[in-house]
Design a protein around this ligand. Structure first.
Ligand code: ATP
Length: 362
């Protein structure tokens, strides 16, 4: 099973430019999480910080007792072997065929025999739908295939944590849908902790157990998917609706004067333009094992239900199998004024429309 990643008070600047500050979150063991955020908000820098390739000036990233920020380089190097990384472009060696690319980490970091390496590589190629393509060079295959080859390579050392940087970039909607299913199937098969950085709203809506968002150098929210998907934070609503109206601008966040001008012009805000609902999460392809994360997450989320905003709470309750006992301490009424949410849980605001109950798989 995957291991949790505990991030506390993480702050990163390059020179005088602060990228983000005081990021605190936990990637729950074996669950799939997504990090959203407009371009340039530092999502890739965040991924690199988790594996110790970028060193934040404050805070910690704990992985199995090792702080990826401050521990000795030798310990960080060892801990890094628990990670599998999938980069945007697959990051394959152009002169090696897919087999050798995928075998590379095994030859570099283990003493396995070639017969064992062949078995593992062929198994991973099969998992990502590339069986039969092992002799091709990266230049001879499509961008989507290169991404899947990159994913296969990320899997050969049996990672406990998988980080995927924009697995959808450059893919058409159909290939993106296959990628979403592949990520869920992968989680069912290996039960690793996964963090996916993406702009893609379909992946965001259907794949993760948990979602977070970076904006204006801060973590806007991080928690169960239903919290972000029903959030009335203007930046979240704008991002999820793909609207031009809201705090996100073309190159940087809009300044106060631009926002005020938009309000005066009566431009509809993202909250008015799109009725949002929580669509059901993808399930593994029939025949694959159940995702172990589902049961663990259910217990975890039920334990925090009464700290969540009402819209998120309703969405979670609607997604539960019938007759799931709810914890007795859960109140179905609003929290009394002034009690506020727990730390890390976004404030409850105006309520979103009630979500539809999840539909049966065909
Ligand atoms: N090594 C570096 N030195 C200086 N600045 C850097 C370095 N790496 C990243 N940055 C800056 O950090 C900021 C965040 O970059 P990052 O690639 O993490 O954004 P992102 O959210 O992943 O963007 P996108 O969604 O467009 O991929 C950018 O302004 C980038 O120029």
């Amino acid at each position: 099973m995957g291991i949790e990643v505990v991030v506390e008070g993480l702050t990163k600047s390059f020179g005088r430019k602060n990228i983000w500050q005081d990021i605190t979150l936990t990637l729950p063991a074996g669950e799939v999480s997504v990090m959203l955020g407009p371009s340039g908000t530092g999502k890739t820098v965040f991924l690199k910080s988790l594996i110790g390739l970028v060193k934040p000036e404050r805070g910690s990233v704990l992985v199995d007792g090792v702080d990826m920020v401050r521990s000795r380089e030798r310990d960080v190097y060892e801990a890094r072997k628990k990670f599998g990384l999938m980069f945007q472009d697959g990051a394959l060696f152009g002169s090696m065929n897919l087999f050798d690319n995928i075998a590379f980490p095994l030859r570099e970091h283990t003493r396995k025999k070639e017969s064992e390496i062949r078995r593992i590589v062929m198994e991973r190629l099969e998992m990502v739908g590339l069986a039969g393509d092992e002799d091709k060079l990266p230049g001879e295959i499509s961008g989507g295939m290169r991404k899947r080859a990159g994913l296969a390579r990320a899997l050969v050392l049996d990672p406990e944590i998988i980080l995927c940087d924009e697995p959808d970039s450059g893919l058409d909607p159909v290939r993106t849908a296959y990628t979403s299913q592949l990520l869920i199937d992968l989680n069912a098969q290996i039960d690793a902790t996964m963090l996916i950085v993406t702009h893609n709203l379909d992946i965001a809506a259907t794949v993760p157990d948990n979602m977070g968002m970076l904006f204006r150098r801060h973590l806007v929210t991080f928690g169960p998917r239903e919290v972000l998907l029903t959030s009335d934070e203007p930046v979240v609503a704008q991002f999820l609706s793909g609207s031009r109206s809201g705090p996100i601008g073309m190159s940087e966040e809009k300044d106060a004067a631009t926002l005020a001008r938009e309000a005066d012009d009566g431009a509809p805000g993202p909250l008015q333009t799109v009725p949002r609902e929580v669509v059901p999460q993808l399930e593994p392809t029939p025949g694959l094992p159940e995702r172990q994360a589902v049961r663990r997450r259910r217990e975890r989320v039920l334990g925090m239900l009464d700290q969540l905003p009402p819209a998120a709470r309703r969405a979670i309750e609607a997604s539960l199998p019938q007759h799931t006992p709810l914890p007795r301490r859960v109140s179905t009424t609003r929290r009394p004024p002034g009690t506020g949410p727990e730390p890390g849980v976004p404030a409850a605001g105006a309520e979103s429309p009630a979500p539809r109950p999840p539909q049966e798989r065909p």
